[in-house]
Design a protein around this ligand. Structure first.
Ligand code: ZN
Ligand code: ZN
Length: 242
C-alpha cells in the first residue's frame, strides 16, 4: 500500500516536471478551413485556464488561483475579452474571476447550482476514488476549505445548450455535474470540449478523481463519451483526443 502511494507520488511529480518543461502557454486548433477558433492553454500552478479566440474576440474559461493572476492577465491582454466562463466554483478555477471581470469589464458566466460555493466550499464537500484521488484531495482539501472565492458583481447564469455566439465564439455550454452540482463544460464547434474537472488527466485521462456526487459524475463521464470525437481539455493535465 505504502509502495503504491510512493509510486503515485513519483508519477505525479514526474508529470509535473514534464509539464513545467513545456511552455506555459500552448495553442491548439489554430484556424484552418474546418476550425475557426483557436484554443490557448494557459498552464497555471496545478490547473489550466483556456482562451477560446476567433480573431481578436476571446472568452476565458476558468481563471486560475491568485498566484497565476499575472500570467492570465498577460494572455488576456492580447485579446478583446468578451466573457469569462467558470467550469465550476473552486478557487483554483475561480479565484481571479472577480478581479478579471472588473479589469476587463466583462461578465462571469457559471451555473447557478455552484452559487453556494461562493459562501463556502463545504456546501458541496468533495469525496474521491483511487490512490490518485486520495493524494490530490489530501494535498488540496485544506486550501480548498480555507480559500474564499470572491463572488463577481457582474454575473450570468448559464445552462445546458446555451450558445456563446453572442460573444463572438461558436461554442455551447454542456452541463457536466458531479464534481460540483454546477459543473459545466464548453463544447467548441463540436470538435473541442473543455471539461473542467468532470474529467482529469493527473496521470492518465479519465473520470474526475474528486466528486461531490458520484452518480452524477459517472453520468457526465458517459455524456462526454456519447458526444463522440472531441479533443478534451482538462482542468488538470494535458489535452488528449477522444
Ligand atoms: Zn474543482
Ligand atoms: Zn480543479
Amino acid at each position: 500500500m505504502k509502495k503504491q502511494l510512493h509510486f503515485i507520488i513519483l508519477i505525479l511529480c514526474l508529470s509535473g516536471l514534464c509539464n513545467c518543461k513545456s511552455n506555459s502557454v500552448t495553442q491548439f486548433a489554430k484556424g484552418g478551413e474546418s476550425s475557426m477558433n483557436t484554443i490557448t492553454r494557459i498552464k497555471c500552478k496545478t490547473d489550466n485556464c483556456y482562451l477560446i479566440s476567433e480573431g481578436r474576440n476571446a472568452i476565458l474559461v476558468d481563471t486560475g488561483s491568485s498566484q497565476s493572476l499575472d500570467m492570465v492577465i498577460a494572455e488576456c491582454d492580447k485579446y478583446d475579452l468578451k466573457l469569462i466562463v467558470l467550469t465550476h466554483v473552486h478557487f483554483d478555477h475561480a479565484e481571479n474571476a472577480a478581479e478579471l471581470s472588473r479589469r476587463y469589464g466583462v461578465p462571469v458566466a457559471f451555473h447557478k447550482a455552484d452559487e453556494e460555493l461562493f459562501e463556502s466550499f463545504d456546501r458541496q464537500p468533495l469525496k474521491c476514488y483511487g490512490l490518485t484521488g486520495r493524494l490530490v484531495l489530501g494535498l488540496s482539501l485544506k486550501v480548498l476549505r480555507e480559500t474564499k472565492v470572491e463572488r463577481p458583481a457582474n454575473i450570468i447564469y448559464v445552462k445546458d445548450g446555451d450558445s456563446l455566439s453572442e460573444y463572438g465564439i461558436n461554442a455551447k455550454i454542456v452541463e457536466l455535474p458531479g464534481h460540483t452540482n454546477g459543473s459545466i463544460g464548453v463544447d467548441v464547434e463540436e470538435k473541442h470540449l473543455l471539461v473542467g474537472d468532470a474529467l482529469d488527466n493527473w496521470v492518465f485521462p479519465g473520470m474526475g478523481h474528486l466528486y461531490y456526487n458520484l452518480e452524477d459524475i459517472k453520468k457526465s463521464y458517459d455524456k462526454i463519451k456519447g458526444l463522440g470525437s472531441r479533443t478534451l481539455y482538462f482542468g488538470h493535465g494535458k489535452p488528449v483526443k477522444q
